[in-house]
Design a protein around this ligand. Structure first.
Ligand code: PLP
Length: 388
């Protein structure tokens, strides 16, 4: 489908041809398919090789949505991330040991993979801040193959100097990779901004209904061919029924994310004015360190915000008193979720390290859903009032 059509149109009509005239693509629940002579193992029609009509439809939609040449879906965001990194950072005879530059506040699962698994797989990693090209240059080595960043960081919603990351990578022939889960392709379009690989936990905004785990990688056709080949070995395929759900969820991506942008901004503004709230972290607010960058590069500031109350006890009490917002990890679904990063996403970090990152015990993260903003604020306002 023409890339000139609006994203909202591409989300609805960007897939394969209709099968048997069915308006909605059915689930192809078959592990294997009638044999055809093929030149390559990857083209054998077998479910693990991600080439069922459900997989091909999703790949076509995702490539169109993100503006890439090709895409592949994976069984989880982590399957997409690890498969991508293991492909880009593969040891090759005669070449330097592979090395990755990685932003220092990545999603916990990615961080654990890079610190616990990557070294044993022959991959060196250096963690760097998101703002200082001199630091990146000092840490780069002849073996540096890729630079991995996130479009918005968890839970303080920082925005790295994404433009500088792209320029740095171009200059050195390093592959720029971005996990765009938090911003979603509605708010930020990394491939158009010059990134070479766009990753997603499709569990979050792309699916939007908190009922599957899935991942996606979008890039050039040649890179996606290599990622798919690696995933065919590692086995991180997405189940066809989950493909069906993801395809259904994708169609309302813009409607959901635009509402989540509005809800998050509304909630952030109200929270910032509340006397029991010490600080609000949301790039849509003028005082946030990432505000200027978000204003310049993003269409919206996303559906996640966080705020500080005075103590762990105050945060716990507040969460317990909320009636609409659910105390659960994850983000990007239609329902509002809340969590305390100190005991969820960042529980694995020492208290000192958390403090250094600016993650206090009284920090509450909110992943805003699509409910009416006034009802959400009433829920938070009542829970704050009952605690003071
Ligand atoms: N990337 C980010 C930014 C995430 O927040 C998450 C999960 O929370 C992941 C990747 C991993 O995704 P999944 O849980 O689908 O494996």
């Amino acid at each position: 489908m023409s890339g000139r059509r609006d994203l909202r149109t591409r989300l609805i009509h960007g897939g394969l041809e209709r099968v048997e005239g069915a308006v909605v693509q059915p689930v192809f629940q078959s592990a294997t398919w009638e044999a055809e002579e093929t030149a390559s193992y990857d083209d054998i029609r077998y479910l693990r090789l991600s080439n069922s009509p459900n997989h091909r439809d999703l790949a076509a939609r995702l490539a169109g949505i993100c503006g890439g040449e090709a895409a592949v879906v994976a069984g989880s965001g982590m399957a997409a991330i690890t498969t991508t990194l293991l492909t880009l950072l593969e040891a090759e005879p005669g070449r330097e040991r592979p090395h990755l530059l990685a932003q220092d506040c990545l999603y916990g699962g990615t961080l654990s993979f890079l610190t616990e698994d990557a070294p044993a797989l022959g991959i060196d990693v250096d963690f760097v801040g998101g703002d200082d090209p001199e630091e990146w240059a000092a840490r780069a080595r002849p073996g540096t193959r890729a630079f991995l960043v996130e479009s918005l960081t968890n839970p303080l919603l920082e925005v790295a100097d994404l433009e500088a990351v792209v320029a740095f990578c171009r200059e050195r022939g390093v592959v720029s990779v971005i996990d765009n889960t938090f911003a979603s392709p509605v708010n930020y379009r990394p491939l158009e901004a010059g990134f070479e690989v766009e990753l997603h936990s499709a569990t979050k905004y792309l699916n939007g209904h908190s009922d599957i785990v899935a991942g996606a990688v979008v890039s050039t056709a040649e890179r996606v061919r290599r990622f798919t080949h690696k995933m065919n070995h590692l086995g991180g395929v997405l189940d066809p029924h989950a493909c069906f759900l993801l395809q259904r969820g994708l169609k309302t991506l813009v409607l959901r994310v635009e509402q989540q942008n509005r809800n998050a901004l509304f909630l952030a503004q109200r929270l910032a004015d509340h006397p029991s709230v010490a600080a609000v972290h949301y790039p849509g607010l003028a005082g946030h360190p990432g505000h200027e960058r978000a204003r310049r590069w993003f269409a919206g500031s996303g559906g996640v915000l966080s705020f500080d109350v005075e103590s762990a006890g105050a945060a716990r009490g507040l969460i317990d008193r909320l009636e609409l917002a659910v105390d659960a990890p994850s983000l990007g679904g239609v329902e509002t979720l809340v969590s305390r990063p100190a005991v969820s996403s960042h529980a694995g970090q020492s208290p000192g390290r958390r403090r250094a990152l600016g993650i206090g015990d009284g920090l509450v993260r909110v992943a805003v859903g699509i409910e009416a903003a006034e009802d959400l604020w009433a829920d938070f306002e009542a829970a704050l009032a009952a605690g003071s």
